[in-house]
Design a protein around this ligand. Structure first.
Ligand code: ARG
Length: 282
């Protein structure tokens, strides 16, 4: 069993301007605003857990009027020194893209764009899986469509990155991004929430992942799949005893970083990070 070959360098963004200004997923209610001090404390707590797990963290500047910029997972897809910015579904988040592209350009990435008539929300809807096989053999990119990304974006993403893309359709609006339903753990194992996938999507994941930790409905709706994996460490928004036992029996160390202020915006631990060390070319 090899550890994930990515996830040790993460991009994050402090929640200085984080709030719930609009409603673009079923968890967001503008009349229930997160508490700014608690959000900052929870963010710091998550960062501390990630650093303790051995991750390196880069921070991008928060921007006023872009409350969801904290969810860096949606910035785009990273592949070596290539960065493919998201095409956001909702106008409320489209203003983030210029800031994301500028950060990646300033950090030496080549920014390459998806066509402007498709939507795709970055690593929130695209996660690599697999072992770097023979040298040069690419990882598989599992990518979701329906709520935030179009199926039509997948061939374009595959063309740009050179990675084979396995498309899965999401079915439950509460699990509107792939990273709420699927969490690669190492080169053979992943967590999956069948609640969020149709029969075909479940088949795709079954065929791809040799050993699955299948989440129950309440675990999925607590965003347990939205965990950050750093080597053998899993940092979770919450961890029911059942999951903790299985993960530990598989050799993972589990840490909980409560992020309930961010759940009010429909995001948790993974959404608050973007892996900068993904190389799909294996
Ligand atoms: N409020 C944000 C949105 O609806 C939350 C994004 C969560 N990100 C994720 N990767 N699941 O777009």
């Amino acid at each position: 069993m090899s550890e994930l070959p990515w996830g040790r360098r993460l991009l994050m963004c402090r929640p200085e301007h984080f709030t719930v200004l609009y409603e673009i997923n079923p968890w967001m209610h503008t009349e229930v605003r997160p508490d700014p001090d608690r959000a900052m404390a929870q963010f710091d707590g998550l960062m501390a857990q990630l650093l303790a797990a051995g991750a390196q963290i880069e921070l991008m500047e928060p921007v006023e009027q872009l409350p969801d910029l904290v969810f860096t997972a949606n910035a785009g897809v990273v592949n070596g020194r290539q960065f493919v910015p998201a095409r956001f579904r909702h106008p409320e988040r489209q203003g983030e893209t210029a800031h994301d592209a500028a950060w990646f350009t300033a950090h030496g990435f080549a920014v390459e764009w998806l066509p402007d008539d498709v939507v795709h929300e970055g690593a929130g809807d695209a996660l690599p899986f697999g072992a770097p096989g023979a040298p040069g053999e690419p990882l598989v990119l599992v990518s979701a469509y329906r709520f935030r990304s179009d199926a039509r974006s997948h061939p374009a993403l595959s063309m740009l990155t050179g990675a084979p893309v396995r498309s899965v359709e999401l079915t439950d609006e509460r699990l509107y991004h792939l990273d709420l339903t699927f969490c690669p753990l190492d080169d053979r194992r992943a967590m999956v929430a069948p609640l969020g996938l149709d029969a075909y999507g479940r088949k795709v994941i079954d065929a791809l992942v040799p050993e699955l930790l299948v989440l129950e409905e309440d675990e999925a709706l607590a965003f347990c799949a939205n965990s950050v994996v750093v080597g053998r460490n899993v940092i979770m928004p919450s961890c029911p005893p059942r999951l903790g036992r299985i993960l530990e029996s598989w050799g993972f160390a589990v840490a909980v970083a409560p992020v309930d202020e961010f759940l009010m915006a429909g995001g948790a631990c993974r959404c608050l990070t973007l892996a900068l060390d993904v190389d799909l070319r294996g």
